[in-house]
Each structure stands twice: as structure tokens, then as C-alpha cells.
Design a protein around this ligand. Structure first.
Ligand SMILES: Cc1ncc(C[n+]2csc(CCOP(=O)(O)OP(=O)(O)O)c2C)c(N)n1
Length: 674
């Protein structure tokens, strides 16, 4: 409840011939998503979009309370809607015959208004923002139901909600009342002796696709066309050796999305609550604008009535509702949001995921395009926003939904992000959640290596590991861009100071790989999991989100020597590295963790531990004094260490990648990549 109006607008975008009538409950009208959705009329373009006709059903009550819109004065109600930019028509009464006629005449008037507005814009090029019509239907709650039950008034009161008359073994006396109520609809005048609708009435029913249930827009998969996809390889970041250069992942993705938009000007849209530029996807404005039908003034940027980016309303509810409506009617899109504030639509996501699950079981329902989230400006990048902007918990919420539906990706760099997003935009009937950063961070994989890695979703980074040909002493796992950076830095410290320590580095892109194969279609088999993580070695897992999530996903795995670091609700406006230190996902704490877990490291281990402790204090003093991170942190490069130099050589000589890539390309062509 609450999404009807934004869904209706989502359906109307890019459907110039469609009028979407949307009945809104007056209780529903009080919810956050609905209350904000009245503003959608500032975004609809009378030329390129269809129209929405809201019908507010003002029946006065919710479950057990009056509704606000029914208890303000009539002039306040009218002014409210006029203030929201609508032309309200009122239909009021309780006499069914009269009301039918009144409603029919008002609907006709509203549709005439819509056609006039559209003709003015389309033929006469009148681009004044229209005051679209809407209808306020004032009728009794429980209208035509039982008037009174057990001496209490029902029709026209809150008691009419849901079950106006309880008929069960405790209330046998209500059976007669139920019969009288049902008979009041005079079924014998509507149906023949065989229970068929009388032919003269059948005649009145619309034909074919004009029937609501047969309208293809209500089974959007019927209308869904594949996106014309640009080649994401064209946007590849050149990575001479792992970690040698830095890049801004979402900025790279922005250029790819620009090309997707360019190639799909009628069925792909980017949605976001005023954050598209901030999330560094601004390249899309090279080919389109923000959709905006309200007034423009000098110095506004990228606004236009036919813009294709819906990011000019600061409402996560609206972005979610509009995008769902757009997807449900057979189109494609993505929602870019700050990671912390996507939580505002937890419940909306939940309803959509449930709908996907149920409709996937109905053979006549065609799959629709996936709901794609890009969670940028994430928990680890809040340099000037701090604690309020840190909440990676959407992932915890998402993974509870049906495994067939949800996918969660945490690409470590820009090439991985491109590969993942290409996949997400081609996928059907999923919810894909992709977490990606925007600040400059090391780039690890060439495009070819990224495709191999992302197709597998998880893997040993051979070039960073030194346990080839032997058992590892410790497994260093990482998931997410910032945890990956810190793990790599910790590995470089370990390999420099303890060259005999055998370290295996595992990077996780596809979070659901951690779950058992029996629980999630992406889950690793027990054998594969054990061959990556070993059955008994210590795993130091550096995770993007709340640590418990990794424990939850892996609780059935054999190797429970798992030590997860992640976000611990610490943060303030501080340096990027200090944020990591405060939550103990930084390189120094990771090294300490290894030293605490791996036995027999001797005095070398003891001295290194002391150094790590000293470093943490040096860091604290430096940040307090200079307001920025230590130069050795800011300038750290994997390639600059002995381990890094060695890795560059391994990466260059890595023959395994090419046949693996060809195998995967074959798989992709066969469309068997889930
Ligand atoms: C988001 C959400 N909050 C609360 C509920 C529980 N709920 C179900 S119906 C209802 C009252 C709805 O009132 P209204 O929209 O006026 O419905 P109508 O009178 O037309 O049946 C409530 C609170 C819900 N289904 N969804």
C-alpha cells in the first residue's frame, strides 16, 4: 500500500497513448510514498509520456480511524490538490444509480481534459505546465454492504473495513444477514440459469486488449524488448599491473550508462533522488537531461520536459515506485542511491521481491527486466558526511528474500563493475544490488581478468597469493572495494615482513557464492568452498558491510575458523583511512589479526605486531594534527612493494586467464550465465 500513484506514473512514462487510472485510498494517501507521489505531475511530459488520472477514494476511514483528507474542510481539500498542481473534480453521493452517471460523466470530462492538454502540447507546441485532472470520489466506506450488524453501524463507518460481517460457527445468526446482503445485488437479473452473464450485459464488456486484465501493459514481459547493449569493453580501464593505477568506479560506469541510454532512448531510464551527479554518473547528461516539467530559471542544469533521467525529486520512495511501474510495464532501468538512504525503501523493495517470486511461478506471466540498484557513496566514503551517511544494512535485508530472486554484487574495481552491470542490465526477473564506490581507488584487474573473475563471482587472486604449491597458512578474503584495498595492503605488509608465511587471497564479487549451493543458485558447492577457503585454516574476512552477514551466509560451512571484520557503527567526519581504523577493517588491524591467529610466527611476529600497534598510534596523531592520512597510506601502491612487483609478473604470465575467458564467453553466448 502506498505505491499506486508512483507505479501509475512509472507506467505512463514513455507510453504516450496510455492513460493510467489510479484509485488511491484516502488512508493510503497518508503514507510517505503516496503523499509525495502527488508531485509526480511535475515530471510527466505531455508530448512523450502518457497521462495518469488519480481517483482519490475519499471513503473517510482507514482500519479503525478517520482519514485526514476526509476531516479537513472541503475548501482545504480542494486547495491541497490545486496546490499540488491538479484540477480536482468531485463526485459525491451514496445513491448508486446517480453516482454511476455522475462518475461516468466526470471520467469523460477528465479524459477530454487529458486529450486537450496532450493536443495542446503535441500539435500546438504549448509547453505550459498542465494542471492535469484528478477525481475525488466521496462515497461511504463499505458502500452497499451491511448497514448495521449486532446493533452497530457498519456502512459509512470504519467498521466496514475488510470484514464487515463475521460469519462463522460462533455467529450463525449472521448467515441470514449475509444471504440478504448478497441477494441485494440481484444476481438473477445479471446471470442466466446456467450462471452465465446475460448476453446483453456481456456485450458491454470491452473486447480483447481493452479488458483490463488483458492489457499487455499489465503483463509487461509481453512488451519487454532486449536492451541494445553497447560493448562494455569499450569503457575498460587499462590496468598495466594490479593496483598500479587508481580509478573512480562509478564515473567509469557513468559513461557506459550514457551509451546504454543513447542506444535505448525509449525504454531505459536512470532513476535517483538528486544523486546522479553526486554518484558520479553525470556522463548520462551528455546524451539526455533530467525530466522536469516545472519552471526553469537561469543556472539550472540539465532540465527538460522530455529528459530521461528521473533524478530531480529528492524522494527514494518516488524513484523506487516510478522504476517499479516502469519495469512492470516492460521497460528497463536502474535506481542509483546513496547506500545509507536506500533503507527508506526497504519495504517497497520487499514487496517487489515478493511479487517477482510469486509471478515467476505463473506460466502466463512473462518475466520482466530486473530491478537494478546501484548503491554508491557507500559506507566507507563519507569524508565530509560521516556517521549519518553510514548504513550498509540494505544487504542484510535483501539476502533474506527468495534466493531465486536476489543477487548481490560488490565489485572490487571499475572493470569488475562494468562486467557486473552489463550482466545485470541483461538479466530478467531479479533484484540486483550492486555496491560501488566513487572515490579514486586502486584498479586491480584488466578487463579480461575482470570478466573471468566476475563470471566466477569469487576466486583466488593468484597474483596476490604466495601459497602456490603448498597449503596456505592463512586465507585473506575480501569483499567490496575498500575492504579489498585494505586486505591487499595487509597482504603486502605480511609478505614483506614474513616472506615464509603462505598467504592466499580470495576476492568475493558475488556475495551469494558464500551460501551453500542448496540455499542459493549461486552458492558454491561444499567441495568448491573448501578448495578455496580450506577446511581448517584461519580465514580473515574483510567485508564491506556488517560482519554478521558473512557469518550468517557461511554458518553451515565446514571451516568455522572465520574472523570477519566489517562496519561496526563507528564513524564521524574524518579521513577515509581513519574511518577504516575506527571500524578495524584497516591493514594494521588485519595484520594483527593474522599474527594473533597463525601459530609459530616467533619473534618476527611479535615485532611486527608491535610495529602495527605503533602505526595505529602514529596514524591517530598524524590525523589529529594534519587532518589527512599519513603519506604512506595516501601514497600506498600494491605495485610498489616486493609482493606487488612479483604479482605484476605473475599477472602478465597468467596463461590460465585466456582459455578460461574463452570458456566463459562460450557460456555467455549460450545464455547459461545466471
Ligand atoms: C504500508 C502499509 N501500512 C499499513 C498497512 C495496514 N493497512 C491495511 S489497510 C489499512 C487502511 C487503509 O485505508 P484506506 O486506504 O482508506 O483503504 P480503504 O478504506 O479504501 O479500504 C491499513 C492501515 C498496509 N497494508 N500497508
Amino acid at each position: 500500500m502506498g505505491y499506486s500513484l508512483s507505479h501509475a506514473f512509472g507506467a505512463a512514462f514513455d507510453n504516450p497513448d496510455l492513460i493510467v487510472a489510479c484509485v488511491v485510498g484516502d488512508g493510503e494517501a497518508e503514507t510517505g510514498p503516496l503523499a509525495t507521489a502527488w508531485q509526480s505531475n511535475k515530471f510527466i511530459d505531455p508530448v512523450t509520456d502518457g497521462a495518469v488520472l488519480p481517483i482519490l477514494h475519499l471513503n473517510g476511514y482507514k482500519i479503525s480511524n478517520p482519514t485526514i483528507l476526509a476531516r479537513i474542510e472541503p475548501d482545504e481539500l480542494e486547495q491541497f490538490f490545486r496546490g499540488c498542481g491538479w484540477t480536482p473534480y468531485f463526485v459525491e453521493g451514496d445513491e448508486p444509480e446517480t453516482m454511476h452517471e455522475l462518475m461516468a460523466a466526470t471520467m469523460e470530462k477528465a479524459i477530454e481534459d487529458i486529450r486537450r492538454i496532450q493536443n495542446n502540447a503535441r500539435d500546438k507546441k504549448d509547453m505550459t505546465r498542465p494542471r492535469w485532472p484528478m477525481i475525488v470520489l466521496k462515497s461511504p466506506k463499505g458502500w452497499t454492504g451491511p448497514k448495521e450488524v449486532d446493533g452497530l453501524k457498519i456502512e459509512g463507518t470504519f467498521r466496514a473495513h475488510q470484514v464487515p460481517l463475521l460469519v462463522d460457527t460462533d455467529h450463525p445468526e449472521h448467515v441470514q444477514q449475509l444471504e440478504n446482503w448478497m441477494k441485494s445485488y440481484k444476481a438473477e437479473e445479471l446471470f442466466d440459469a446456467n450462471g452465465r452473464l446475460k448476453p446483453e450485459l456481456q456485450e458491454l464488456v470491452p473486447k480483447g486488449n481493452k479488458r483490463m486484465g488483458s492489457n499487455p501493459h499489465t503483463n509487461g514481459g509481453l512488451l519487454l524488448r532486449d536492451l541494445v547493449m553497447p560493448d562494455f569493453h569499450d569503457h575498460a580501464v587499462t590496468v598495466p599491473s594490479p593496483g598500479a593505477i587508481e580509478g573512480q568506479d562509478t564515473m567509469v560506469l557513468g559513461k557506459f550508462l550514457r551509451d546504454v541510454e543513447k542506444l535505448n532512448p525509449h525504454n531505459f531510464r536512470v532513476f535517483g533522488p538528486d544523486e546522479t551527479l553526486s554518484n558520479l554518473l553525470g556522463a548520462v547528461f551528455e546524451v539526455t537531461n533530467r525530466q522536469w516539467d516545472a519552471r526553469e530559471v537561469k543556472n539550472d542544469e540539465f532540465l527538460a520536459p522530455a529528459g530521461r533521467v528521473l533524478d530531480s525529486m529528492l524522494s527514494e520512495h518516488q524513484c523506487e515506485g516510478w522504476l517499479e511501474g516502469y519495469l512492470l510495464t516492460g521497460r528497463h532501468g536502474l535506481f542509483n542511491s546513496y547506500e545509507a538512504f536506500i533503507r527508506i525503501v526497504d519495504s517497497m523493495f520487499s514487496q517487489h521481491a515478493k511479487w517477482l517470486k510469486v509471478t515467476a511461478e505463473l506460466p502466463w506471466r512473462r518475466p520482466i527486466a530486473s530491478l537494478n540498484y546501484l548503491l554508491a557513496s557507500h559506507v566507507w566514503q563519507q569524508d565530509h558526511n560521516g556517521f549519518t551517511h553510514q548504513d550498509p544494512g540494505f544487504l542484510d535485508h535483501v539476502i533474506n528474500k527468495k534466493a531465486d530472486i536476489v543477487r548481490v554484487y560488490l565489485p572490487a574495481d571499475a572493470n569488475c563493475l562494468l562486467s557486473i552491470f552489463d550482466h545485470c542490465l541483461r538479466s530478467r526477473h531479479y533484484v540486483n544490488v550492486v555496491v560501488a564506490g566513487k572515490h579514486p581507488l586502486p584498479q586491480w584487474l584488466t578487463m579480461d581478468a575482470a570478466v573471468v573473475h566476475c563470471t566466477q563471482g569469487i576466486g583466488i587472486w593468484q597474483w596476490a597469493s604466495n601459497d602456490q604449491g603448498s597449503e596456505p597458512d592463512v586465507v585473506m578474503a575480501c569483499c567490496g572495494d575498500t575492504p579489498t584495498l585494505e586486505t591487499m595492503a595487509a597482504v603486502s605488509i605480511l609478505r614483506e615482513h614474513l616472506p615464509d608465511l603462505k598467504v592466499r587471497v580470495i576476492n568475493v564479487v558475488d556475495l551469494m557464492k558464500l551460501q551453500p549451493a542448496s540455499e542459493h543458485p549461486h552458492g558454491l558447492s561444499e567441495t568448491d568452498y573448501n578448495s578455496l577457503f580450506t577446511k581448517d585454516k584461519h580465514i580473515i574476512f574483510n567485508f564491506h558491510g556488517y560482519p554478521w552477514l558473512v557469518h550468517k551466509l557461511t554458518y553451515r560451512r565446514t571451516n568455522q575458523n572465520l574472523h570477519v571484520r566489517g562496519y561496526k557503527e563507528e564513524g564521524t567526519i574524518t579521513t577515509p583511512f581513519d574511518m577504516r581504523v575506527q571500524n578495524e577493517i584497516d591493514r594494521f588491524h588485519l595484520v594483527e589479526d593474522v599474527l594473533d591467529r597463525v601459530p609459530n610466527l616467533g619473534s618476527k611476529g611479535d615485532y611486527l605486531k608491535q610495529q602495527m600497534k605503533d602505526k595505529l598510534i602514529e596514524h591517530k596523531h598524524y590525523v589529529d594534527k594534519h587532518g589527512q592520512d599519513l603519506p604512506e597510506i595516501r601514497n600506498w601502491r600494491w605495485g610498489a612493494t616486493a609482493a606487488g612487483k612479483c604479482s605484476a609478473k605473475i599477472a602478465a604470465n597468467d596463461h590460465k586467464g585466456v582459455p578460461e575467458l574463452n570458456r566463459i564467453k562460450g557460456l555467455k553466448n549460450a545464455d547459461s550465465h545466471k
